[in-house]
Ligand binder design. Structure first.
Ligand code: FDP
Length: 280
């Protein structure tokens, strides 16, 4: 089990160790935060310290490992807050709007690296013959109209009425419903990547039992929010931009709605409507 009480797979730990060992001695970083480690990872004193913070989910979508379905690695990079210090948790507790770079690696039918440094989103495909990632998708933009919506609809009864009404709307139950089809892999990077290429929205709402949703702000929602804005889209927790949320804890969870702006803003409108009705 990891600190979140979730089952850890061998490959989760293996991926965590690979990233940590590749990055701890480079002199670039002052701190790392990984989903698989409760404590933040400081740079050992025998190595030089740098000015960047790396936050990462070494292997996202672990429940898909044993069934050979696409999984991924998510990362974000910040400048440290105080270079004079050796690297403290405060250096990682920054809103995703302040990311210097973010991206993911998708282990699918091909292996892809997709990243942004704030100048568009760029996708590279691994060419195993050269052992190199080659630029295959420069300046990726979310297409319009969107093709898909992605959500684990088996949780419908646990959602708030506003989120339920939004799903009804996506499912075509209103006169102004969009023409979108359902696709849910249950592997965040893979669902996000497909929607980035085809247009759509990925939702992981808060639930009765999980008031802050399931996904992690710092190394899941934040980096993907940074990427989607760079691709012309938007990410929200239902009320405010994910990019503006200042984390108070490295492993904090957050509800996530990410994809084409019009779809995410429509969800926010459903939630506002619900909260307005409750208040009156
Ligand atoms: P997993 O539990 O398999 O690691 O980040 C966690 C995550 O996968 C995401 O990749 C995925 O989108 C989501 O959880 C799936 O959760 P549900 O099984 O509850 O739909």
């Amino acid at each position: 089990m990891n600190i979140q009480g979730e089952t850890q797979q061998k490959l989760d730990i293996y991926a965590h160790d690979i990233v940590r060992k590749l990055c701890d001695h480079t002199g670039r970083l002052c701190l790392m935060v990984s989903e698989e480690s409760e404590e933040v990872l400081t740079i050992p004193s025998r190595y030089p310290k740098g000015s960047y913070v790396l936050v990462f989910d070494p292997l996202d979508g672990s429940s898909n490992i044993d069934v050979n379905v696409s999984i991924g690695t998510i990362f974000g990079i910040y400048h440290c807050v105080d270079y004079e210090q050796r690297g403290r948790v405060e250096d990682a507790l920054q809103p995703a709007r302040d990311l210097v770079a973010a991206g993911y690696v998708l282990y699918g039918a091909s292996t892809m690296l997709v990243y942004s440094t704030g100048n568009g989103v760029h996708g590279f495909t691994l060419n195993p013959e050269y052992g190199e990632f080659l630029l295959s998708h420069p300046f990726m933009r979310l297409p319009e109209p969107p093709a898909y919506y992605s959500v684990n609809a088996s949780y419908y009864s646990r959602w708030s009425p506003g989120v339920q009404r939004f799903l009804d709307w996506l499912e075509g139950k209103s006169a102004d419903s969009p023409n979108v089809s359902a696709r849910y892999i249950g592997s965040l990077v893979a669902d996000f990547h497909r929607n980035l290429l085809r247009g759509g929205i990925f939702c992981y709402p808060a639930e009765g039992q999980r008031k802050d949703g399931k996904l992690r702000l710092l190394y899941e929602a934040g980096p993907l929010a940074f990427l989607i804005e760079q691709a012309g889209g938007y990410a929200s927790d239902g009320r405010r931009p994910i990019l503006d949320i200042v984390p108070t804890h490295p492993h904090q969870r957050v509800a996530l709605f990410v994809g084409n702006r019009a779809l995410v803003e429509r969800l926010e409108a459903f939630i506002r409507q619900e909260e307005g009705a409750l208040a009156s």
